[in-house]
Design a protein around this ligand. Structure first.
Ligand code: AMP
Ligand code: TRP
Length: 326
């Protein structure tokens, strides 16, 4: 079976962008792939953080994924720091990553411009991400649209490594969904929904109660022309809501736009909110039924399996680059 790998940072509150853009696909792809999912705690350390919070957010991120349907009997779910080979492979890949390539990565620019301190870890973030993926020889990486550039860099690094040291890594493909790969802020639909947004009205958390979901959708910024139509340039707010509803119902945005064209924004927004409530309710309920102990057990078992899977690949890599062990 082909392998998929994906990761999420244990920072902030996972939102419906994370869910509709990524987690939902993680769950669906378990049926046809050997899946490895990782809470990337080493990545989370690249911006200012509180160590006590990190423990809580790691468990919470894993609990949300289990509640959403990641199945620990079939897939691995662990934290990156449990498998030290992520960091070791990142070092090796870093020695073959040109500075010019890293200088073009937009996430570093975005984060430092947003006020985060620049540090080597933040700069090298995409190299660690490439190591995550290549460590397990993953073929497919389900992510949201914002990770496209990192995936391109991962492919380039895999090729660069293979050309120089021999064919060790498959070249991984990104799996980016057609709808909801970029869920936008509810208050500024030209910017992506982000965990770090200070305006609480801009996003909906996966665990928000139905009342909060309804309130947030009701106050979502739209436009003054009352026709429901999919047009990301002229009607970004309505288009975003169409994508959210499309992802929740499995219907196309065109089909939904036809149905709600003349119904008025109030009625349309109510329908979007109900579709979202229906999608999120089972996750919220499953989340409540999981204990932190259950989650730690899954992480522990998966971490062990992760280390076992990574060991032979690392032996091969070390040998290929001239670091055969004694
Ligand atoms: P992060 O929270 O940045 O670790 O992201 C976890 C996953 O969610 C990644 O695959 C991201 O591409 C995806 N993601 C984050 N924000 C959004 C968004 N606004 N819309 C769609 N996908 C997103
Ligand atoms: N950079 C990703 C994000 O911010 C998280 C991530 C780290 C990841 N390593 C990964 C995603 C490997 C996919 C594969 O969302």
């Amino acid at each position: 079976m082909n392998r998929i790998f994906s990761g999420v940072q244990p920072t902030g509150n996972p939102h419906i962008g994370n869910y509709l853009g990524a987690f939902r696909n993680w769950v669906a792809l378990q049926d046809s792939y050997d899946a490895i999912y990782c809470i990337v705690d080493l990545h989370a350390m690249t911006i200012d953080y509180d160590p006590a919070d990190l423990e809580k957010t790691r468990i919470d991120a894993a609990k949300i994924l289990l509640a959403a349907g990641v199945d620990p009997d079939r897939s691995l779910l662990y934290t990156q720091s449990q498998v030290p080979a992520h960091a070791e492979l990142a070092w090796i890949l870093g020695t073959m990553t040109p500075m010019g390539v890293l200088n073009r990565m937009t996430q570093y620019k975005d984060k430092t411009e947003a006020g985060h301190a620049s540090n080597l870890g933040l700069y090298a973030y995409p190299v660690l991400m490439a190591a995550d993926i290549l460590l397990y020889r993953a073929n497919l990486v389900p992510v949201g649209d914002d990770q496209r550039q990192h995936l391109e860099m991962t492919r380039d690094l895999a090729e660069r490594f293979n050309n120089r040291f021999g064919d060790i890594f498959p070249i991984p493909d990104a799996y980016i969904p057609e709808t909801s790969a970029r869920v936008m802020s509810l208050q500024d639909p030209t910017a992506k929904m982000s965990k770090s947004d200070v305006n609480v009205k801009a996003s909906i958390s996966i665990l928000d109660d139905p009342d909060v979901v309804r309130k947030r959708i009701k106050s979502a910024v739209t436009d003054s022309d009352p026709i429901v139509r999919y047009d990301t340039d002229d009607k970004p707010g309505i288009s975003n809501l169409l994508e959210i509803m499309g992802a929740c119902t499995g219907r196309s945005v065109e089909d939904l736009a036809d149905e709600y064209a003349d119904s008025g924004y109030g009625v349309f927004k109510e329908a979007v909110a109900e579709a979202l409530v229906e999608e999120l309710t089972p996750i919220r309920e499953a989340y409540k039924s999981l204990s932190n102990g259950d989650v730690r057990q899954v992480l522990h078992t998966s971490g062990e399996k992760g280390r076992d899977l990574a060991a032979p690949l690392m032996r091969e890599v070390r040998k290929a680059v001239g670091l055969k062990g004694y």
